[in-house]
Design a binder for this molecule. Structure first.
Ligand code: NAD
Length: 499
């Protein structure tokens, strides 16, 4: 791959339809994690002046956008879905260059946004409310949805198109305006999304884009004219956001970390379970909120499973996600590399046994990027830190179980509750798992990753604060319910009194 073969592109914020540099003139670099010699682009390092400008544009735009009929808003979303489909290849390549996931997965990330565009577009002719009888005669009751107002959309780098689309398309459909702050580790894909939205007819000011790091996110969260914060990212940032929003009684939806596990029972189709674990643990180099980071194996099949699974891991091809045949791309940045390394040290210190991996991959061209070997620890016990804390890298801990009940207890024994999986051929065990696993998602005979946009997505415990993106539930985040009572009795009727 050629490096520095052209001028490094300069990207801008988008405020009220105008493409602008940061008021301060400051910039930051976005580098390719597969080859850090390549600068993908230069981006505005925004500050509170840019945030204020963007929020005031969104506030102004909300006045008219909220009054546009929902089916018309939906038509724009159909256009966006079509444009994303047409540009899938180019967008996927950009995504791989800026955050590293392999090209096939990057295409999937764009496809998820296409699915979300069409799903949200269809909601233009639904956005259903309820009608219900009144307890009083000659009185009519209904409930309707209203948009919330100006939304701050703050997103992580690991799904740079899909995660913003879950939020932005739903918010747009419901009649909100917004300020979008993509991750500083994947700002180019977010910029292309906003360009496409503009080209497809989203009016100026309805979607504004402000680049920068967490300080920009903080300024948005604290802004008095931001009515809703929709955030996906780490628990640490989510906790901070919740505190600020709590103080100002601001609506906020948080999608945070995970410590997901796959259970494999002794009656499972082992080949299927191994394939699932490979994809769940090492897809996106383990950098998914739903990644499999614990494998809970039934004692009776554990040795057989590991004997066949470890050689398959050793065969995984680690490298630049743009290259044909590569299965595991880089870690997103140096800080995350250090975090992964530190967890390997912690695992060894805690007494877990390293079965494979455990160190950076540095052969040949890999030395220019942040690559880490797919890593498996055996003899992990539930209380170890590597079994409790989110690592966010290609590292899996294997735990042993003798029964379904024990497996469920182990799986439930962390502070997170996002995704879970069980491999079994026994329908009774499958339904018990669906009932008893403390997680927002349970897969039966599938890995912990692979959500579809029309189902609720999110988790319990420290994974979030009770909202669900995706599915019809996402429209509850981006609307407020209003109850309306129409009394046509022509007299005062008092609820609960004149019964
Ligand atoms: P991060 O929390 O570091 O950053 C996420 C975004 O928030 C970025 O845009 C960042 O600039 C901004 N930010 C950081 N601190 C902030 C603050 N105090 N106030 C406002 N904004 C702030 O997370 P990341 O490293 O980009 O992403 C990885 C994390 O995201 C993992 O924990 C992963 O599990 C989680 N994640 C969760 C889901 C989900 O749906 N539950 C999906 C993807 C990723």
């Amino acid at each position: 791959m050629k490096l520095f073969s052209r001028q490094t592109p300069v990207f801008r914020n988008c405020i009220n339809g105008q493409w602008l540099a940061a008021r301060s003139g400051k910039i930051f670099e976005d580098r390719n994690p597969a080859d850090t010699r390549e600068i993908v682009g230069l981006f505005p390092s925004s500050g509170s002046a840019d945030v204020n400008h963007a929020v005031s544009a969104a506030k102004e735009a909300f006045r008219f956008w909220s009054l546009v009929p929902a089916p018309k808003r939906g038509l724009i979303l159909y256009e966006i879905g079509r444009a994303l489909t047409q540009r899938k290849e180019e967008l996927a390549e950009l995504m791989t260059r800026e955050m590293g996931k392999v090209l096939e997965e990057a295409r999937g990330d764009i496809q998820e946004a296409v699915d979300m565009a069409f799903y949200a577009a269809g909601e233009g002719r639904r956005l259903f409310g309820d009608t219900t009888p009144s307890e009083l005669p000659d009185k009519f009751c209904l409930s309707v949805r209203r948009p919330v107002g100006v939304c701050a959309i703050i997103t992580p780098w690991n799904f740079p198109m899909a995660v913003p689309s879950w939020k932005i398309f739903a918010a747009l459909m419901c009649g909100n305006s917004m300020v979008f702050k993509p991750s500083e580790d994947a700002p180019a894909t977010g910029t292309r999304l906003v360009e496409i939205m503009q080209d497809c007819g989203v009016p100026s000011g309805v979607i504004n884009l402000v680049h920068g790091d967490g300080t920009v996110g903080r300024a948005l969260v604290a802004h008095p004219d931001v009515n809703l914060v929709s955030f996906t990212g780490s628990c640490a940032a989510g906790r901070e956001i919740a505190q600020v929003c709590g103080k100002h009684l601001k609506k906020h939806s948080l999608e945070l970390g995970g410590k997901n596990a796959q259970i494999v029972m002794d009656d499972a189709d082992l080949k299927l379970a191994m394939e699932g674990a490979l994809w769940g643990a090492f897809g996106t180099s383990g950098q998914r909120c739903t990644a499999t980071s614990r494998l809970i194996l039934h004692k009776k099949i554990k040795q057989k499973f590991l004997r066949q699974w470890i050689p398959a891991i050793k065969k995984l091809s680690v490298g630049n996600g743009l290259a044909e045949g590569v299965q595991v791309g880089p870690i997103v940045n140096q800080a995350q590399m250090e975090r992964v390394k530190s967890y390997v040290r912690i695992g060894l210190k805690e007494g877990a046994r390293l079965l494979t991996g455990g160190k950076p991959a540095t052969s040949g061209e890999l030395r220019y990027g942040h690559f880490f070997e797919p890593t498996v620890f055996d003899r992990v016990t539930p209380s170890m830190r590597i079994a409790q804390e989110e690592i966010f890298g290609p590292v899996v801990g294997v735990l042993e179980t003798e029964s379904l009940e024990e497996a469920i207890e182990i799986l439930n024994g962390t502070s997170y509750g996002l995704s879970s999986s069980i491999y079994t051929r026994n329908v009774n065990q499958a339904f018990k798992a669906i009932r008893d696993l403390d997680a927002g998602i349970t897969y039966v005979n599938g890995p912990t990753i692979g959500a579809e946009v029309h189902l609720p997505f999110g988790g319990i415990k420290n994974t979030g604060n009770g909202h669900r993106e995706g599915g019809r539930t996402v429209f509850d985040i981006f609307t407020e319910w209003k109850a309306a009572y129409i009394d046509y009795s022509q007299k005062l009727q008092r609820a609960q009194i004149d019964t």
